[in-house]
Design a protein around this ligand. Structure first.
Ligand SMILES: [Zn+2]
Length: 296
């Protein structure tokens, strides 16, 4: 069994090897297991994440989430690289809680503020997290949303390449979420798109690994193109909605439930839900992220 890692090596290897590492949101602690199993079976590195909004929406306790995560690690004893990451968070107190609970990576989302304030807040989190060996992801530009699950704004503001360069230099973040056309949630009216020229410009100006949010529902050829750009493309792809949809389909629900509600389902149904999630994650690893077999 190997130690849980932060983002540094996991994303560096992805960037060099032209594959992306999936950052999957189980949203419910019962779904941590099938994601880790899928990564083990495909010999892929994997990131398990939960966001501030998910914690409130599904009534998940962050300490319990970490405890269940480490329980899965003890049970499966994986030898693949695994990162425990806190996705979109604004509240410094939650970031502190996550680090105390042994998360190895955190995201500070101060993208709603203007550049200078975003830099200032991000620097504070970097200064707090790095001494613990915890990596930090930040967001520049505004990633749109279709369902307000991850963020509260639906405004979309593409990342400006020159600003990305100064942002990473000023903040020393370990990964940068960029806004290049994808959106959080389910794509219904609006269609997913990726501004490859913008991605290329950002990549040419910075070596910091880039993150594509809103990866659910984006066609595999679009993700692959964004991952395999000559300049390196994106090295981390966040997938949350697809995981939940796979589970909801099995239990016959239309919309999200709470952690407690899912835990009350009979074992037999939970088992089926876990199988569906595992298959979904394997499909993403094999056909979207191209990270299968990369866990060496
Ligand atoms: Zn996001």
């Amino acid at each position: 069994m190997r130690k849980i890692e932060n983002l540094t090596e996991v994303l560096r290897k992805g960037h060099e090897g032209r594959y992306a590492v999936g950052s999957f949101s189980p949203r419910y602690t019962k779904l941590i297991l099938p994601i880790v199993e899928a990564a083990i079976e495909t010999k892929s590195p994997v990131i398990i994440q939960i966001s501030e909004k998910e914690i409130y929406r599904h009534k998940v306790d962050i300490n319990d989430f970490a405890e269940k995560f480490f329980g899965v690690i003890d049970e499966l004893k994986p030898t693949i690289p695994i990162v425990l990451h806190l996705d979109h968070t604004k509240d410094f107190a939650i970031i502190k809680q996550a680090i105390a609970a042994k998360f190895t990576s955190v995201m500070i989302d101060a993208s709603e503020y203007e550049f200078d304030k975003n830099v200032e807040l991000t620097k504070q989190i970097v200064a707090y997290s790095h001494p613990y060996g915890v990596t930090v992801e930040a967001e520049l530009g505004k990633i749109g949303t279709t369902d307000f699950v991850e963020t509260e704004h639906d405004e979309e503001l593409f990342t400006v390449p020159k600003e990305a360069k100064s942002f990473v230099e000023l903040t020393k973040v370990d990964a940068l979420a960029v806004s290049v056309g994808t959106a959080h949630g389910v794509y219904t009216v609006r269609k997913p798109r990726v501004d490859y020229d913008r991605l290329l410009s950002i990549n040419q100006l910075t070596k910091t690994p880039l993150v594509l949010h809103g990866g659910s529902g984006v066609p595999s050829d679009m993700v692959i193109k964004a991952v395999q750009m000559p300049s390196g493309g994106v090295s981390k792809v966040n997938i949350a909605t697809d995981v939940e949809q796979a589970m909801l389909k099995v239990i016959g629900r239309e919309t999200h439930i709470t952690e407690e509600e899912l835990n009350r389902y009979p074992q037999e149904i939970l088992k089926k839900a876990r199988t569906a999630v595992k298959e979904l994650v394997k499909d993403k690893i094999n056909h979207y992220l191209l990270s299968a077999g990369k866990a060496e």
